[in-house]
Design a protein around this ligand. Sequence first.
Ligand code: NAP
Length: 254
Amino acid sequence: MARLRRLLLLGGTGEALRLARELAGHDRLYCISSLAGRTEQPVLPPGAVRTGGFGGIAGLTDYLVREKIDLVLDATHPFAARMAQHAFEACRELGLPRAKLVRPPWVASPGDRWTMMPSVQAAAVFLRFHPVHRIFLTVGRQELGPFLPLGGARNGARWFLTRLVEPPDGDIRLPAGELVLGRGPFPPEDEAALMRQHRIDLLVTKNSGGAAGKIAAAAELHIPVLMIERPPLPPGDIVESTGAALAWLNTTAL
Ligand code: NAP
């Protein structure tokens, strides 16, 4: 019987989880899911799982050789630019097949009030010069720093409703305001209720794509959005859905 081909599935997204579930018991592929280890209580995929950084491009290259990996599917978040670049570089070095699974971005519809921002830092600068007061901040735990100076007791200071997946550990400072915890997807009606309850007048979000409850709610309530644009992708194969990723894997693992 032919040896199972060994797949490294770079995860931390709902798509990676769905793929790992689909691949459990695959007749040609043995899947190892990789998580960065950022969340205390991640939803664990079935099958083999490894956790934590590899140690840059060199560490990843070593890992791929040591673990006899045959192919890599990068299903990390569209904003996980460093991991995507490292996967590209390491696979190029070793001549391994690699594809990036990236869900389509959200696209503004007529009536949406989006202002595109090139980065989280740019969004914070924008806020400094615009008269908005109650901001729904959904950029993730690692990106809060630029917003910290905007809150507080000063005249015209901003109030933030910051949403995180898990309670922050002791080292993390939050912008002035309130913290709400939750793991998506969030239905549009719940998002609208939350925004009404907190009298939100602006949403700050990355263009993550996928379930769009907060985007639909902002449109319904005519709330403007600072939409942070995606970082560029490294070159190479791109698939936009788990179905397309499975097709790529089945073709590549033949
Ligand atoms: P990043 O900036 O691209 O990566 C930073 C470092 O974290 C990488 O260089 C790598 O460390 C390690 N890393 C990232 N993803 C990894 C994975 N799947 N397995 C092993 N190591 C990984 O990534 P990030 O934006 O911090 O995202 C971290 C994780 O959270 C990713 O798995 C991503 O899918 C998930 N996530 C990110 C966002 C977001 O908005 N950025 C949102 C939802 C989920 P070494 O250099 O040491 O190998």
